[in-house]
Design a protein around this ligand. Structure first.
Ligand SMILES: [Ca+2]
Length: 451
């Protein structure tokens, strides 16, 4: 996928820092997962009662220190003891209520998937009768002015309307400069040893696996239809959506208009690339009836459950529920689009993806690892490598570093196709392993249900 480099950067570095610290939930998710007002009121009452007790005990302890009368000291000590016992009961109730509330939030998150992220499709008239000049962060930015002029000429878009949209666009570089600086965190440095173990840990989690099983159950008919049509098994579509956005639970926290404008209108290595993405983004919003000022995505401008760059949307997006609009925030359209993406990149129906290999001796250690290079099985056999399963005759040799030594894997043609989504061996192997884990669990659930 185009734009993968920036995403790989995010995967390799940012995930280690951010996802691990639990930033993957987003604001709208939290909003929709609020417990009911009755529960919240009960929790607040318990908290108040507990704190009031704490204050009373503290005051009594202070008074006790000043007391000389031994009878009164004994009485006060007894009172404090009793109060502490009562407080312990209150604390237990409070902890139970908090636990219950947390469980409710988690339950709601699991059942919500992406419905709350899905932007409304509506007919937006891309025209305004009011003359509008360009104001805001890009008021005097010549690149922004030239871009608006070009869009207006090439696609007959209303100049005033575009001025209005880009007056609302924020320059994220400027926002970062004016923001209150965060406490500097010492960045951890990691050795290459165990790189794959660390990467894997972020994507093969109970949340990814359980979410995948639930997603599969809910969209099994659509996933089967995509399998029939494009030949891509359900587990790999689920694997991609899980690794990319946890099935819509984390579609990005940045407004796409802001991220793409910032990268397109300022000097930078990939200015031209992002200017093209911004163009495709506006065309997508216009053709699909989406409001460009409200769509959220990744900091690189990737959109929807499948995190397509806007240029990929134009060529590979599919309106899979046939409602007249390809909306990548809609799980059904996202499923069709991922299957189409794989199919257009040459996915072979029924072909093997990747298998573990047995390694003997040390001759194989001199071979170059990675999806870029192909080896014949014969050549690998001469270096002591034997696949532990069905494989293509030419393969990608993968040496993945874990905490307890290297794992050797052999990737087939379909493994290479997964790397077209994101140019990374670790990414593709994580998709494969999540896919297999979800499949194993899903089939178990289906077996039990059919008994
Ligand atoms: Ca649709």
């Amino acid at each position: 996928m185009i734009g993968a480099a920036s995403r790989i950067g995010f995967m390799l570095i940012a995930t280690l820092v951010f996802i691990g610290t639990g930033c993957s939930s987003n604001a709208s998710l939290k909003q929709s997962s609020k417990p009911s007002s009755k529960e919240a009121a009960r929790l607040a009452t318990l908290e108040r009662a507990y704190k009031a007790d704490q204050a009373l005990i503290k005051a009594a302890m202070m008074a006790l220190q000043k007391e000389d009368n031994t009878t009164l000291i004994a009485k006060k000590k007894a009172w404090i003891k009793k109060r502490r016992q009562q407080q312990a009961i209150k604390k237990k109730k409070l902890l139970q209520a908090r636990k219950y509330q947390l469980a409710q939030i988690k339950k709601q998150r699991r059942s919500n998937f992406s419905s709350h992220h899905q932007p409304k499709t509506r007919k937006v008239v891309w025209r305004t009768n009011q003359p509008h000049i360009l104001t805001g962060d890009y008021a005097s930015n010549s690149a922004a002015q030239a871009f608006i002029k070009r869009m207006s000429r090439s696609y007959n878009m209303d100049h005033y309307y575009l001025n209005n949209i880009f007056s609302q666009a924020r320059n994220l570089k400027l926002a970062r400069l004016t923001a209150t600086p965060k406490k500097s965190q010492k960045r951890k440095t990691y050795s290459r040893m165990g790189r794959w173990s660390r990467y894997r840990r972020y994507f093969i989690t109970p949340r990814h696996v359980n979410g995948g099983v639930n997603f599969w159950k809910r969209y099994s008919a659509v996933l089967n239809k995509a399998y029939q049509q494009y030949g891509v098994p359900p587990e790999y579509i689920v694997g991609i959506l899980g690794v990319e956005t946890i099935y819509g639970g984390n579609v990005g926290k940045t407004r796409v208009l802001d991220s793409l404008s910032t990268k397109a209108f300022h000097r930078g290595r990939r200015k031209k690339f992002f200017s093209n993405e911004l163009e495709k983004f506006l065309l997508m919003a216009q053709s699909e009836g989406l409001n460009p000022t409200s769509l959220m995505g990744s900091s690189a401008g990737a959109v929807g459950l499948c995190q397509f760059m806007p240029s990929n949307f134009r060529t590979l997006g599919v309106d899979y529920n046939r409602n007249g609009s390809c909306n990548l925030w809609d799980p059904v359209d996202a499923i069709g689009s991922v299957a189409n993406y794989f199919s257009k990149h040459g996915w072979r129906r029924g072909g093997p993806v990747v298998v573990r290999a047995h390694a003997e001796g040390s001759a194989y250690k001199k071979l170059k690892s990675g999806y870029k290079r192909k080896y014949s099985l014969q050549r690998l056999a001469s270096k002591g490598i034997t696949p532990q399963g069905k494989m293509d005759s030419t393969v990608r040799f993968l040496r993945m570093s874990t905490h307890v030594g290297d794992e050797v894997w052999l990737g087939g043609h379909n493994f290479y196709v997964i790397t077209r989504y994101n140019h990374s061996d670790m990414y593709a192997l994580a998709v494969h392993q999540l896919a297999q884990e979800v499949k194993r669990r899903y089939q178990g659930v289906v077996r039990v249900a059919s008994r």
